[in-house]
Design a protein around this ligand. Structure first.
Ligand code: NAD
Length: 275
């Protein structure tokens, strides 16, 4: 651990951006299941679906109300969860490095925002489960899931009253969750693609925490940051491909994010910033 802290401190003393990339593991200790374990599965009829089958445009196209039911259940899980020590540590880092720090998150749970991470420094690249948008893309605008829409329990179906609320306020067509599905592409207006790539190209430090490296833009962030000469650290309870990259850079921390993020961010921000 000390070698990782030293590497972070030395890298943070150099000019360049300080980036943290978070995934579902950072919210695991807040009680929100990742997509990896048994808890992530969802039953529809007689079949169990893996999240990677359900979090797709194809699933929404063929069974939109089953997919909505899954999201309305998960929305309740996220609303009841509280930010943990990792979320709070990243708020302190944002305040300490207002011009250099950016938080890139794959999490759709809104816990970084609720902990107090400023919007100007936070880039949710997979959307936000509390928001919806037009399923026909009549506009790029997002809107909050309407107040009258209930959170659902496991196995509950979307009622006709709720279906009537889940509509685009502009065209009246069906609304969809504002999330990036596995068979969809990143863009700048909705998912900060260009901004995040630019930040990665300027990175002096990149801490990756709680992600299994299954999605494309995180790979680009890590690859571009490595090419820019950033010191990369991976925080995860398990081995993963980003850990392999970090092992030959700043190092690997095999621990729950909430137990170590404090020390990692302090190693970065108690150093004098020069860039
Ligand atoms: P993932 O579920 O694929 O992987 C989670 C990773 O976190 C694993 O590598 C696991 O080993 C690690 N992990 C588990 N507990 C941890 C802990 N306490 N500390 C550190 N690491 C821990 O998640 P992903 O890589 O973020 O990608 C999955 C996709 O699912 C993303 O698109 C994301 O938007 C979505 N997702 C989001 C949430 C959320 O918003 N909380 C939850 C589940 C899935």
């Amino acid at each position: 651990m000390q070698a990782v802290l030293d590497a972070l401190g030395a890298a943070a003393a150099r000019p360049g951006k300080v980036l943290v990339l978070t995934g579902a593991g950072v919210s695991a200790e807040s009680g929100i299941p990742t997509f990896r374990g048994k808890e992530g599965y969802w039953t529809i009829g007689a079949r169990e679906y893996h999240p990677q089958e359900l979090a797709t445009y194809e699933a929404f196209r063929t069974m939109p109300w089953n997919v909505w039911a899954w999201y309305l259940y998960r929305r309740g899980v996220c609303r009841r969860a509280e930010p943990n020590a990792a979320h709070r540590a990243l708020v302190r880092l944002a305040a300490a490095l207002p011009d250099r720090f950016a938080l890139v998150t794959q999490n759709v749970d809104g816990l970084h925002r609720r902990a107090g991470s400023p919007d100007a420094q936070t880039f949710p690249i997979h959307g936000d489960i509390t928001l919806a948008r037009c399923a026909d893309d009549c506009t790029l605008d997002r809107f909050p899931v309407p107040d009258g829409v209930p959170e659902l329990g496991k196995g509950e179906e979307v009622s006709e009253e709720t279906k009537a609320l889940l509509v685009c306020p502009r065209c009246g067509g069906m609304a969809r969750p504002h999330v990036l599905w596995f068979d969809e592409s990143y863009d700048e207006p909705r998912f900060h693609l260009d901004t995040v790539r630019r930040l990665a190209m300027q990175a002096a430090v990149l801490v990756v925490a709680g992600t299994s490296a299954q999605t494309n833009l995180p790979w680009q962030v890590v690859t571009l940051a490595a090419r820019a000469g950033a010191v990369i650290v991976d925080v995860n309870v398990e081995d993963n491909p980003f850990g392999d990259i970090a092992a030959s850079s700043g190092g690997v921390v095999r621990a729950p994010a909430a137990t170590v993020m404090d020390r990692l961010v302090e190693a970065i921000y108690i150093r004098p910033a020069t860039g």
